[in-house]
Design a binder for this molecule. Sequence first.
Ligand SMILES: *Cc1c(COP(=O)(O)O)cnc(C)c1O
Length: 426
Amino acid sequence: MTGPLPLGPFPDAAGYADAVQADLADPLARFRDHFAPTEPDLIYLDGNSLGRLPSATVDHLRRVVDHEWGRALIRSWGERWWDLAREVGDSIAPLIGAPAGSVVAADSTTVGLFKLAWGALQERPGRSEIVTDDMNFPTDVYVLGAAGRAAGGATVTIIESADGVEGPEEAILEAITPATALVSLSHVSFKSAYLYDMARITAAARAAGALVLWDLSHSVGVVPMDLGMADMAVGCTYKYLNGGPGAPAFVYVNPALEVDNPLHGWWGHESPFSFDLEYAAADSIARFQTGTMPILSLSAIEPAVALVAEAGVPAIRAKSVALTDYLIALADEVLGPLGFTVASPRSSARRGSHVSLRHDDAWRITQAMTDVGRVVPDFRDPDNIRLGLAPLYTSFLDVHTAVHRMATLMNDDLLNRYPEARGAVT
Ligand SMILES: *Cc1c(COP(=O)(O)O)cnc(C)c1O
């Protein structure tokens, strides 16, 4: 190919009229303007990995830095900061169907998962198995193993998916036995976007006397849910919640449980300012705090979650289903003949808000997309290109343009410019 790649829009290409029509009818369209601008020709399809920056966050952080830190200094702990992690937790609670007072923002997802898994294992002495699946995020599997060892030797049983696309739901249900202490799964799988039936698995685990710990990282903010009977959950705030890079995760513990936090710290004490040398856990979700909270990162979550709450998760889900359905239909038609296959569930009832495409040349295509294609996807070894559709700022026309840009860069002259070797961060 000579000259720059045509970046569209592509009004004569398949699916254009549908995209225009769907954008006109989109009740969430106005939310796109609530985000800080990116380069005009860039199509960002990675909101399932790092959500975009809400404009309100810029102003809020400026206030927090200038006034609360700059001027009020240590007085801000008493004025706002001390309770902030629980307030942020309370703002996330309705998005996940959890009651107020059951969620706190803290740590990373990985650390939160360790705390909860270890705590769960203390509640099920004499049971030696943790059940998960091979579609879970690797950090989850590592942490479940580490928590099992730290808690005295529980081992992880990894149930295998037949195709890496659909979760092995039936096999998981069969694997739950009287030896199972804990079932822990990603609600939406990070690779294929498979969406588990939370109520069904939770009910089966509970019937067998096991506890359930859900990782909501890829579902919070895009999939309505009712944690209801679920025992515990953890999730990210920097994906569809747009809380910013490294924003604290959140943990949920069913108020009926008194799970212990393995990391006893003064922030989890019932009376932190008594500075008592004897640890006594707070009688609330505050016990899952450990040490001083990252106030700037926590503050960045506030306007971001408010935006999601304003749009409402049911409306976000409706657009997410329409976007992923549209992308899959277009990918079948336009990209199928070019060697791509859809590696996400075809049933929207079983799918989160991203779509994975497989291609033998996925890594070089990813590089070409990001470079000349001006589309940011993400790549998961060995052959997955993930396209995250964040309903608050992704339009149907974005999807249409991105797919047709992908089609135009599928030629050897162009792809041969990019190396097969992977970079350190993919
Ligand atoms: C994104 C994600 C994580 C990331 O964990 P961190 O501790 O924030 O690095 C963990 N688990 C799942 C399922 C995820 O999607």
